[in-house]
Write a protein that binds this ligand. Structure first.
Ligand code: CU
Length: 114
């Protein structure tokens, strides 16, 4: 191999080394984009009605009627308010409401005065 051939071969090899990571980066970016566009299934939404028993900054306690969707009997329980964007709640209100299962417990979504 001549010196020129060695230099050229080295240059081509270097070029391919430079190009390959660039392509890999592009592929990875596309994969990341695909991952981001895939949708996570939304949590099931449940409906019920009941009476507000207590409210604080984080939770509302509701004495709710039976919820056939979940096979629940009437009970008094707390709902997380971190996802709730509805009207302010006060003890004694009769409401129809929707909620979903959260990481821990259940979270209130919407309420409507009854
Ligand atoms: Cu309950």
């Amino acid at each position: 191999m001549t010196l020129l051939q060695t230099i050229l071969t080295g240059a081509l090899f270097s070029a391919s080394l430079i190009t390959f990571p660039a392509l890999a980066a592009t592929d990875h970016a596309q994969m990341a984009g695909m991952a981001m566009s895939s949708t996570t299934p939304a949590a099931a939404e449940y409906s019920a009605s009941g009476v507000v028993k207590a409210v604080n900054n984080h939770t509302v306690t509701i004495a709710h009627q039976a919820i056939p969707q979940l096979n629940w009997p009437p009970m008094t329980m707390r709902f997380d308010l971190s996802a709730y964007r509805g009207a302010a709640l006060t003890a004694g209100q009769h409401i129809a409401f929707t909620f979903h299962q959260a990481t821990a417990g259940y979270a209130l979504d919407t309420t409507r005065a009854q």
